[in-house]
Each structure stands twice: as structure tokens, then as C-alpha cells.
Write a protein that binds this ligand. Structure first.
Ligand SMILES: [Zn+2]
Ligand SMILES: [Zn+2]
Length: 755
């Protein structure tokens, strides 16, 4: 649908981008795709593959590793399903000519000899894939899901008979690899490993999954297999590099030219608005009157609120609904069916819609707030567009430095290569526990550095000194009775995550990283779990369990904390404008000292309550900059203004790091000082939020020039006078956003960005 006129010439519109329609380009079926598979696909309405599907399928069948990074709804599933079906259903694999016997395309093995594994970050995706396989009606395909809900029979079937297992990294880590002898058939026949949604494995989770995949490859080799990897990802700049980093492979072929058809698209970027929810509901109601529209929100509460307001505004309220995680499966299916049949015209949804089901072909998509990364934004936009019709996308920016910056710099959204994914497998707190797990799976030898990298041997030696491993002539062993994998949580650097439990029912509501426990699980903290509010009653740090009661308070809590940073080592440094930027190792010490209660609607502070909690310390990586005293003295700032200036610069820096590094502001922390004891200078630190580092600070160092130019840009263009949430006021500040001096921060940023 074309954008309504007011949407393109209104003052709040920063930019309108037009993408013309693209015709699809078909390829020819590879000759190794059997008539039965073609017939099954024809039954699903697929008569010919797109070119990118053929390219990726041929590369994998031919024995290569492949990264497929094409748009939403471009048919990535078919690309990897073709080689998977050839192997797991028909025992047919390709390979280098020498191996296949003088250029014969496709060797026929014994049926059941080859297996394939599909890994997705969520259970729902694996179940969706199984349904897609089932719809093909291939009776002999022995496919099954494997997750925490699988019963004993299903698990046995997967181990003993399945050709295609659809699972997740947690299951591989906790269940399959530690019991690999029972999985010898499956691992020994493993031909393909499909890593779906590969771009989601970033930060800590990505580093852990990278180790799990190395453990998998090592065990496969033990059983005589060397599986080929297919990474399916959103369109990000370096999907092949992610593949290499995730699985430790040398050579990954990138297939990124999307040859599926695309509708014409108008994409409108709207400036931050203080009445975001109202704007979003009005837009949803209007657009739903013209075509099917999805509005993506960042919380369940917001999804419900936008849907309710949009219904009030609509002539046809029954055609508008909310859709979010936490609905019963039947209700979700019913909503999906109404959406697909066209009965539902407007839906306000959380990302749950993206996670579970494959909805595309909408007329319009509204992103209510930037979803964190440019690739996530395009994932949402990709839900719009059906052949032969114009589609519309609208980004409604929040009052946030990153959102505000992006809409004023549309090239970041439309023309620049989309961001890279950051993961940091070198973190010693990740490598060590996984080496212990690997040693329990099979004794570890120096040759395993081929899988785990140069740090494997020194770290294994250190583990042996500490008594975690034992050195014997044949290698390093795990000498303990308990399971090494139980000490590892793939989403945390601190081992087992803290559980938040409903005091009434004992149900687990969610998990919190132990390093964040003091901040989010202190007594009387409001714990927001997917949009619903709970009050924390009690937290047991030893058992890592917090109890909570359901409550709908009119306020939120914000922890107050004090912190210090000690510089342990400098890895790299260089000039940045008139200052110096440094990357290195720091020790953070922080203590939660109390909390504020803030009005949930207005953000107004009600009161402040002190807490008596111990100081905690951790070693991690940080990027920091300093300015020499003579440069600072020459500024038009009084000594009394400096603390607010440096603090505001820290906030703006954290807020805009995601403009140059794919993290969100919750992944990093900061600290600023007018004269830091270790540097002796005015200093702003931005540090990784997890023990050992997550790679974000390292990227921040590499991109420091772009980063601080973005900060200066935001500070000098924000329309406010004394600082606002779109520039220097931070929702995560531990000292209640006091003091803050926006003008002073701009002066400091100018010295770094312009010299
Ligand atoms: Zn502002
Ligand atoms: Zn602060």
C-alpha cells in the first residue's frame, strides 16, 4: 500500500526511502534432487527453486560449508532441505570429484547411513521446521524434534533411528554430547549441521555455542564423520565470518544474493515522539483500514496497549488484536489462522510472532521503536510485501539516543553494509568450562587445539593445576564424579542462572544472570517478566533462587549503585582527537546501595530506599578514553560543571555504542571520572557487562572514531535544552541521572571527534 500523504510530508518524518519491486529469478533443480523430492515440493506449490537456493544447496551437497544470508521469506529452508533430504532420506551425498569417483555426481550410501542435525535458538522454531518437513508427506523421512520436552521414546527414536534431528544448542550441550556413546550412530553418520538464525548467536550466548559446536565437531571426528555446516542467517554483512567464528571453520562460502521476488517498498523513518504508544495505535488503526498491518513492539504491555487503543479508534475493532508470547498454544494458532485468512487486519505483537511462526505477505509493518539491530529491523520489515502490491514500512523512533541518531542518519539503515555480529570465543571463562566438558567426553590432547584454538593447551594446563582436570600420558581427564556440563549455562558467564520463581505456584518465571542479581532481584524490586510485573520477596544467592509475587504496581524500581574501576592491563591504545583511547582489562567493583521507586507512567521519582548488599567484583574488558589536563583546562567549563559533563558523555557514549557495534545498551556498563586514580586524567570507561568480556568493548575500540563522532552529532543536534532521554538521560544510570551536563558533554566529545 502506498504511504498516506500525511506520513510523507509531516514534520515528524525524517526520511522516506523507496525500493522498487524485484522480479524473482529461478534456477534449475540440481540433478541429484530426486523425482520423489521434486514431487513432494510440487505438492507444496514449489515448481522451481530460486537461484540462491540452488547455489547454496549445490555448495553444501558438493562438500562445502555455506552461509546463506538472504531476506525474510526468501526460502532459506528449501536451500538446506535439499541436501539434507538427499542424505537423510535417500542416502545420497556428493563431495569432491576424487572422493565421489571420477566426477560421478552423488554417491548412494546405505539407507540410514547419513544423518543431519538442525539447530535453532528456540524450541518453537525446531517444531515449525518439523511441521514443514511433515507437510512434504515423505513417508520414509525419519525426522524428529529433540528438546527438554521430548519423552523417553522420542529420545530413543532420535538416537537409534532418526535421519534428521531438529534440536537446539542447549540440548546438544547438556544431553547429546555428554552421552555421545549412545549417539554414536547418529554422530558417526552426521553429514549436515544446519544452524538456523545464526545471527542470534552473539555475545555470551554466541561464545558458548561456538564451544558447543567445536565439541560436536571433535566427537564427530571421533566417530569418523566430518559434517558440513549450513548457516542460515538474516542479511548481515559477514554471515560467512559468523559461520567461521561459530564453528571454528576455515572456509565458509557466502550466498547472499537474494533472487526471490520482492514487492516495492516505501520505508518511512519517523522522529522520536513522547507519545509513541498513541502514535503507534493511530497508525495501526489507519493502516489496518487499508491493508493487513503488523506493529512490532518491544514489550507485551505495549503490544496490549497499542492493540486496545487501535481498536478504540477503528471502525472495525474486531479486526485488530494483540499477539504476544505467553498466550496458550490454541489461542496463538487461532490468531495465526485469522491472520493468514485475512480476517485479522491489524496486529500489535511482540517478537514472539517472529520466533514461532512464519508470517509474511503483510501490506504494512510498523516498528514501534528500533529493535536493537539493523538486521532485526529488516527482519520485521521483511514481513511486509506480497507479489504485485506495494508495501509500506514505518519506523517510529523512541526517545532514545540510538533511535534518534538512526532516523537522522538513514544511510545506516538503507545503504551501509549491515552490522557484523560480535562474539568472543576467547573469553577464558567460556573456554575453560567447555574444555572440562570436552575432557569428560573424551580425554583432551594437544591435537585438540585444532578445534579449540591456541589457548586450549595453556588453559587445560591451568585447569590441571587447579585440580579441575588431571594430566595422564594419554591426555587431560576429568577426574570427578559429577558432570562438567552442569556447571555451564549457555546464556551466562556465571554458571547456573538465577531462577525467579512464583511464590504461589513454584513455577519458574524467568532467569537472571547472577552478575545482575543484586540489581534486579533485591528485596521489593519490581521484576518485569515479558511485560508483566512481579515483586521480589526474597533472593537466596547460594541456591540462586528468588521468589516473586504477582503484582501490578504503578511504579518501577531502579537500583542505585556505586562502582569503581581499576585498570589491570592495557592491551592497545592510540590517539583519539586530542585524547587517547585505550582497550584493556579492568576490575570492576560495584555495590547496589538502594533503589528508587518511579512512577510507571511518568517516570517521576516517588522515593528512595537504602539497601545493605555486599560489594561484588569482576574482571572484564573495557574501552576507555582520557583527555590531558591542559586540554580540559582550556575548555569553557567550570570545575563544578566537569562531573556532569563527563557523566553525560559516558551516558551518550553507552547509548550510541550500538550505532557502531551490534550490542544493546544493556550489554555494557560505564563509569566516568574527572581524575581517575589509574590514568590520572579525565576518563570515561565503557566496559563489557560480563566476566572475561564479550567482544563489544573491543569493537568499540576499533570503531572509536565513528562512535564518538556519532556521540557529538547526537549531543549537538538533540532539540532539548538540558538533556533528555534522546541524548544523555539514561534508564540504566546507577546514580539517578545526577549530575548531567549536556553542553559540557558536547564540549568533551568535540575534543575526541574533531581534535
Ligand atoms: Zn536531548
Ligand atoms: Zn549514570
Amino acid at each position: 500500500m502506498p504511504p498516506p500523504g500525511w506520513l510523507t510530508d509531516d514534520e515528524a518524518t525524517a526520511c522516506v526511502f523507496h525500493r522498487p519491486a524485484r522480479a524473482g529469478e529461478h534456477g534449475a533443480w540440481p540433478d541429484w534432487v530426486s523425482p520423489q523430492v521434486r514431487h513432494a515440493l510440487a505438492g507444496q506449490g514449489i515448481d522451481a527453486p530460486w537461484r540462491h537456493q540452488v547455489e547454496a544447496a549445490e555448495a553444501a551437497f558438493g562438500g562445502g560449508h555455506v552461509a546463506l544470508a538472504t531476506g525474510t521469506a526468501s526460502g532459506k529452508t528449501l536451500a538446506y532441505l535439499l541436501p539434507v533430504l538427499a542424505a537423510a532420506l535417500e542416502g545420497r551425498v556428493g563431495g569432491p570429484a576424487s572422493e565421489a569417483g571420477g566426477g560421478v555426481r552423488g554417491r548412494l550410501g546405505l539407507p540410514g547411513r547419513h544423518t543431519a542435525l538442525y539447530l535453532a535458538p528456540t524450541k518453537a522454531l525446531a517444531h515449525d521446521q518439523l511441521r514443514a518437513c511433515g507437510a512434504l508427506g515423505l513417508q520414509d523421512l525419519r525426522a524428529t524434534t529433540l528438546d527438554g520436552d521430548s519423552g523417553q521414546d522420542e529420545r530413543r527414536f532420535a538416537r537409534e533411528f532418526a535421519g534428521y534431528v531438529l534440536s537446539n544448542p542447549d540440548m546438544l550441550h547438556r544431553s547429546v554430547l555428554p552421552q555421545h556413546r549412545r549417539w554414536a550412530r547418529f554422530l558417526g553418520g552426521l553429514r549436515y549441521v544446519v544452524i538456523d538464525e545464526a545471527h542470534r548467536y552473539r555475545g555470551v550466548f554466541g561464545a558458548h555455542v561456538a564451544m558447543v559446536l567445536r565439541r560436536l565437531r571433535r566427537l564427530c571426528r571421533h566417530y569418523g564423520a566430518d559434517p558440513r555446516f549450513v548457516f542460515a542467517s538474516a542479511t548481515i554483512a559477514d554471515a560467512d565470518a559468523i559461520g567461521r567464528a561459530l564453528a571454528g571453520l576455515d572456509d565458509v562460502r557466502l550466498v547472499a544474493t537474494d533472487s526471490s521476488p520482492a514487492a516495492a517498498l516505501d520505508f518511512v523513518l519517523r522522529r522520536p515522539s513522547p507519545t509513541l504508544t498513541e502514535d503507534a495505535s493511530a497508525l495501526l488503526a489507519t493502516l489496518a483500514g487499508h491493508g493487513q498491518t503488523l506493529a512490532f513492539t518491544t514489550s507485551r504491555v505495549q503490544a496490549e496497549l497499542i492493540a486496545r487503543r487501535a481498536r478504540e479508534r477503528s471502525d472495525c475493532p474486531d479486526s485488530i488484536a494483540a499477539y504476544r508470547g505467553g498466550y496458550l498454544a490454541e489461542d496463538r494458532r487461532a490468531l495465526e489462522a485469522r491472520l493468514q485468512s485475512g480476517q485479522l487486519r491489524g496486529v500489535a505483537c511482540t517478537n514472539a510472532l517472529e520466533l514461532g511462526v512464519d508470517i509474511s505477505g503483510m501490506d504494512a509493518v510498523v516498528s514501534v521503536g528500533f529493535p536493537g539491530t539493523v538486521s532485526a529491523l529488516w527482519q520485521q520489515v521483511g514481513r511486509a510485501g506480497r507479489a504485485g502490491r506495494d508495501s509500506l514500512a514505518v519506523l517510529l523512533a523512541r526517545e532514545d539516543p540510538l533511535d534518534a541518531y538512526l532516523v537522522e542518519h538513514p544511510d545506516l539503515v538503507f545503504t551501509r553494509p549491515i552490522e557484523r555480529t560480535v562474539l568472543y570465543p576467547d573469553n577464558p571463562y567460556v573456554l575453560g568450562p567447555h574444555l572440562a566438558a570436552a575432557a569428560q567426553e573424551l580425554p583432551l590432547t594437544p591435537e585438540d587445539a585444532a578445534f579449540f584454538g591456541d589457548q586450549a593447551v595453556p588453559v587445560a594446563e591451568r585447569l590441571a593445576e587447579q585440580g579441575a582436570l588431571r594430566r595422564r600420558p594419554a591426555g587431560w581427564f576429568w577426574p570427578h564424579a559429577h558432570r562438567a556440563v552442569d556447571a555451564i549455562d549457555l546464556r551466562s558467564m556465571e554458571g547456573k542462572a538465577c531462577e525467579v520463581v512464583d511464590e504461589q505456584t513454584g513455577c519458574v518465571l524467568g532467569h537472571v544472570d547472577p552478575s545482575a542479581a543484586d540489581h534486579t532481584l533485591h528485596p521489593e524490586a519490581v521484576y518485569v517478566h515479558q511485560g508483566e510485573s512481579w515483586l521480589i520477596r526474597d533472593y537466596d544467592a547460594t541456591d540462586r533462587v528468588a521468589t516473586a509475587v504477582r503484582a501490578g504496581p504503578e511504579y518501577v524500581t531502579q537500583p542505585l549503585s556505586m562502582g569503581t574501576v581499576r585498570v589491570l592491563a592495557v592491551d592497545r591504545s592510540r590517539a583519539l582527537g586530542l585524547g587517547t583511547v585505550v582497550y584493556g582489562t579492568v576490575e570492576l567493583s560495584s555495590q547496589v546501595t538502594g533503589y528508587l521507586r518511579r512512577d510507571a507512567q511518568t517516570g517521576q521519582v516517588w522515593d528512595s530506599t537504602p539497601l545493605d548488599l555486599p560489594a561484588r567484583s569482576m574482571v572484564t574488558k573495557a574501552v576507555w578514553w582520557t583527555l590531558p589536563p591542559d586540554v580540559v583546562d582550556a575548555l569553557d567549563l567550570t570545575p563544578a560543571e566537569l562531573p556532569g559533563a563527563v557523566h553525560a558523555a559516558e551516558h551518550a557514549g553507552i547509548g550510541l555504542l550500538p550505532a557502531v557495534v551490534p550490542c544493546d545498551r544493556w550489554d555494557v556498563g560505564g563509569l566516568s571520572s574527572v581524575a581517575h586514580p589509574d590514568t590520572g586524567r579525565l576518563t570515561v570507561f565503557v566496559h563489557d557487562g560480563v566476566r572475561g568480556g564479550s567482544g563489544f568493548a573491543a569493537q568499540g575500540f576499533a570503531e572509536a572514531e565513528r562512535w564518538w563522532r556519532a556521540v557529538l552529532d547526537r549531543l549537538t543536534t538533540c532539540g532539548c535544552t538540558d538533556g533528555c532521554p534522546a541524548c544523555v538521560v539514561s534508564p540504566t544510570c546507577g546514580s539517578g541521572n545526577s549530575p548531567l551536563d549536556k553542553r559540557g558533554a558536547a564540549e568533551l566529545a568535540r575534543l575526541l571527534a574533531l581534535g
